[in-house]
Design a binder for this molecule. Structure first.
Ligand code: 13P
Length: 304
């Protein structure tokens, strides 16, 4: 199908079905371009809770579409590519978290939004990469069990020193884990004047080499506001689309060519069109489970 025809059809179906399209900053450029809102996990959760459309087409991965459904049960939430998952979100299940909770009965449980609905349901509060520090600071307990991203846990532990952060061991993003310190040395040698901006899902070693650590949208905003003209980007390649559009006079270098998330790249324009046309693939969550998971997301949204 011709691209212009597909875009016109998507826009026509959007009106016909009273739908809005939310897209994560890691989506393919052409998918970002047809979205009503493009953002990080926090902005998209907030949008999902506020939008008054009957249908939300979520161009991202499964846990994001599930979070939208948890927050907006009366809307039909569609995930255009049904196989778009997040290995990080899948690395801990309800049973494993229950076992961990038993080992730390005094700890508050914070789950990264990159987690399943079942894990959210037995956590005290959720967080995203943009608000993890604020979320931890808001908790009235000295011990925090933080799941499942151990790199984000270690970043937060550096920022919030009056609480004991207990990380879930081994949980990490497989895309960010592909960055090596050799990549950092090489790219810094090639571009000595560039500022390095990374996501908190990178390892401590990589984080310590960076000038700025933030969520995908915080990285995009930082590059826009900084007087610097060159940036090394330590997160998924998708963020370059907005950065280059926003700052045509600035230069962006991806820290590693391996910073491509296969799951985030699964959703194509054809999938978005198919999704709207056939109302696929709809997210369903049993109501009792949804209610349990809602608390942790709502508490997070009340913080900002
Ligand atoms: P952001 O919330 O920073 O967009 O991150 C989402 C994500 O899954 C990063 O890998």
């Amino acid at each position: 199908m011709d691209k212009t025809f597909l875009i016109n059809e998507i826009n026509r179906l959007k009106k016909e079905k009273n739908a809005c399209i939310l897209a994560h900053n890691y989506q393919l450029p052409e998918v970002q371009d047809i979205a009503d809102i493009v953002g990080d996990s926090f902005a998209l959760s907030r949008a999902a809770a506020k939008m008054d459309n009957e249908v939300i087409v979520f161009c991202g991965v499964k846990f994001m579409a599930e979070s939208a459904k948890i927050l907006s049960p009366n809307k039909r939430v569609l995930l255009p590519s049904k196989y778009a998952g997040c290995p990080l979100a899948e690395c801990i299940d309800e049973e494993q978290l229950m076992e961990e909770k038993e080992k730390h009965p005094e700890a508050a449980v914070v789950c990264y939004i990159n987690s399943s609905t079942e894990v959210k349901a037995i956590s005290d509060i959720c967080c995203t990469s943009s608000n993890a520090v604020k979320v931890i600071e808001s908790i009235d307990k000295d011990e925090i069990l933080f799941v499942p991203d151990e790199n984000l846990a270690s970043y937060v532990a550096e920022k919030v020193t009056d609480k004991k952060i207990i990380p879930w061991s081994g949980g990490h993003c497989i895309t960010h884990a592909r960055i090596t310190i050799e990549d950092v040395k090489k790219i810094k040698e090639e571009h000595p004047g560039a500022e390095m901006l990374v996501h908190p899902e990178v390892s401590k070693e990589i984080r310590d080499s960076a000038e700025f650590v933030g969520s995908t949208s915080q990285i995009i905003d930082y590059a826009k506001k900084s007087p610097n003209k060159e940036f090394i980007i330590g997160t998924e390649i998708g963020v370059l689309h907005k950065m280059k559009n926003d700052n045509p006079e600035k230069k962006f270098y991806l820290l590693s060519p391996r910073l491509v998330c296969q799951n985030m790249k699964m959703t194509t324009l054809k999938d978005v069109h198919n999704s709207l046309l056939n109302m696929e693939h709809e997210i369903f969550i049993p109501e009792s489970m949804r209610i349990k998971a809602l608390g942790s997301l709502e508490k997070m949204l009340r913080i900002e």
